[in-house]
Write a protein that binds this ligand. Structure first.
Ligand code: ATP
Ligand code: MG
Length: 572
């Protein structure tokens, strides 16, 4: 991947300052810490490009850390999918692959230290009672009656919690900070809870698990992270992050300077949902074919859809990084994919809704070649031959019996206003001849089954006579005897409205037309397309050979994006 400079942002400015002051001796170490409880989505791409991008540009390191402190909901399938998605985006963590659950011993030792130093206590109130004492945004909380337990009693109880003597929910370990703090997150937050559940990594070793807000700062400190970048909703947690690491530095667990938490605005994108819970529902309730369904806003889905890592990079650079929450329209992402694909995709011909075009004055059994450039702006990519013959496939919509105003494609001879018969319309068969429409054949239901025309032998593209023919229409075609048939899936937006779920249940906002499957005709060169090869089908958009369903000699294509933003035009 070529590496154009990433635009400056407030985080880069901050890092530049840290480098200037020598705070970490010039070191930049970030991390991307997904919880393996779902597949990564478009939003994660923003975080991945930010964190791995900083490591790349500052000669630092970015860790891939599985934040697997919650024993429920975490699965190996998710771990594997995350590894594959980050790699696909082009990043490498080297030796820095970590599991938060590998730190359970240190987290436990830190908790014992906090108890001994009077910074934590075991609370035995019920969840309900605890909620009542927590206070509100305007009222201070009240101390739990267990807050004054001695360090020895707390330590004894905590060890028995760990030993499995108590049921879930009977005790929690809480940090001892300030029940009157205006920041509710500092009102003695829970740091360990009892949960008799097996963990995907540690099995049955533990029946107490650290809370996320406690575990996360410790994970960062253990890994010597310099800049711990997270989304804005954690801003109010930062005082606890700092409080905890300061206490643990006092206890000799970590050295200063301590990791610094920095918040940025998460990606909000129209026409998709980015909440893991909703994505899981879409899969489990079978509204889509799986996590990698090309309509899913997951990175696995994006890959099958034909979105590219370079397109995501363009997108994340373009939307930037800031502290202001905002919505990005999905068309911005689609446009970035178009821009990237326009550069790389070879042009090919596909007829998606085929109808026969018969050239009555072209000899039966005769054939020849026409030449089409692989990329109009890149002659160095060469040309390929398109076989031409008497019977062609054209798009059904490129013929009409009764042309509306401004229709420049094929229509049959007809009477004009003065009652005089006018010849049928002429179009150029792109890269081939000019033809004139003579009429059509219909079946018993009145459906057009073939269009007839005559061609002008001296009009072939590139020949001396070609310029003498002035026509307004220019249509694509394929020789029927040479084309190959293939399944093509026309994907569209998964949701029909910009903010799914805003007016009603988000599932009611699903777009019923998000996928149309057609039996298309493809030019012969496409028969050999390998999985993930992408092309521009002229006049139709960008398509990719499906990663899963493409077999040698039998490609299945997915539409990645249309050539232009047709959604805004049709729905806007
Ligand atoms: P949930 O919100 O369901 O807990 P999550 O999307 O936060 O899930 P994590 O696995 O915790 O999932 O996310 C890993 C990292 O990705 C976090 O550091 C988080 O800040 C970042 N991230 C998640 N969603 C977005 C988003 N929409 N935009 C930018 N970064 C995101
Ligand atoms: Mg999260």
């Amino acid at each position: 991947m070529s590496t154009p400079a990433t635009p400056a942002n407030f985080i880069r400015n901050l890092i530049d300052e840290d480098i200037a002051t020598g705070k970490w001796g010039g070191r930049v170490e970030t991390r991307f810490p997904p919880e393996p409880n779902g597949y990564l989505h478009y939003g994660h791409a923003k975080s991945i490009f930010l964190n791995f991008g900083l490591a790349r540009d500052y000669d630092g390191a970015c860790h891939l850390r599985f934040d697997d402190t919650n024993p429920e909901k975490e699965e190996q399938e998710y771990v594997d999918s995350i590894v594959s998605a980050v790699r696909w985006l082009g990043f490498d963590w080297g030796a820095h692959l970590y599991y938060a659950s590998d730190y359970f011993d240190t987290m436990y030792a830190c908790a014992e230290y906090l108890i001994g130093a009077g910074h934590a206590y075991v609370d035995s109130l019920s969840a309900e009672e605890m909620r009542e004492l927590r206070g509100t945004l305007t009222e201070p909380g009240k101390d739990s009656p267990y807050r004054t337990r001695s360090a020895a009693e707390n330590l004894d109880l905590f060890r028995r919690m760990k030993a499995g003597e108590f049921d879930d929910g009977t005790h929690v370990l809480r940090a001892k900070i300030d029940m009157a703090s205006p920041n509710i997150n500092l009102r003695d937050p829970a740091i360990y809870r009892i949960k008799h559940a097996a963990h995907h990594n540690t099995g049955d070793r533990w029946c107490i698990y650290p809370m996320y807000t406690y575990a996360h700062p410790i994970e960062d400190a253990i890994e010597n992270i310099t800049h711990s970048i997270c989304t804005l909703e954690f801003e109010d947690q930062r005082p606890f992050y700092d409080w905890l690491l300061e206490r643990l530095a006092e206890g000799g667990f970590f050295k200063r300077p301590l990791p610094q938490q920095i918040e940025f605005a998460r990606l909000n994108l129209t026409y998709v949902v980015l909440s893991k819970r909703k994505l899981i529902d879409l899969v489990e309730q079978k509204h889509v074919d799986g996590w990698d369904d090309p309509r899913m806003p997951t990175l696995a889905g994006a890959r099958r859809r034909g979105f590219t890592p370079q397109g995501f990079r363009l997108f994340t650079d373009r939307i930037g990084v800031s502290k202001a929450d905002s919505w990005i329209d999905l068309s911005v992402l689609e446009e970035c994919m178009r821009e990237d694909l326009n550069k790389r995709a070879h042009r090919r011909i596909a007829v998606l809704d085929p109808v026969k075009l018969i050239i009555d004055n072209y000899a039966e059994g005769h054939g020849e070649e026409c030449w089409a450039p692989n990329h109009p702006q890149k002659p160095e990519l060469g040309k390929r031959a398109l076989p031409f013959s008497r019977e062609l496939w054209i798009e059904r919509e490129d013929f009409t019996e009764v042309p509306p105003k401004g229709y420049f494609r094929l229509f049959p001879p007809r009477l004009d206003a003065a009652g005089i018969m006018q010849p049928g319309n002429r179009v150029r068969l792109r890269y081939g001849y000019v033809v004139e429409c003579l009429g059509c054949d219909k079946d018993a239901d009145g459906k057009v089954v073939a269009v007839h025309c005559r061609y002008f032998p001296d009009s072939k593209s590139g020949s001396a006579g070609a310029d003498a023919y002035k026509v307004k229409g220019n249509i694509h075609w394929l020789s029927a005897a040479h084309a190959c048939s293939a399944e093509v899936r026309l994907y569209d937006r998964l949701f029909a409205v910009p903010y799914p779920g805003r007016e009603r249940d988000y599932l009611a906002d699903l777009n019923p037309h998000s996928r149309t499957v057609v039996a298309a005709q493809l030019e012969p060169a496409l028969k050999a397309a390998g999985a993930e090869e992408c092309f521009q089908f002229e006049r139709h958009g960008y398509f990719v050979a499906d990663l899963v369903d493409t077999k040698p000699g039998a490609p299945v294509f997915n539409r990645t994006v249309t050539l232009k933003d047709t959604w805004s035009r049709e729905h806007g």
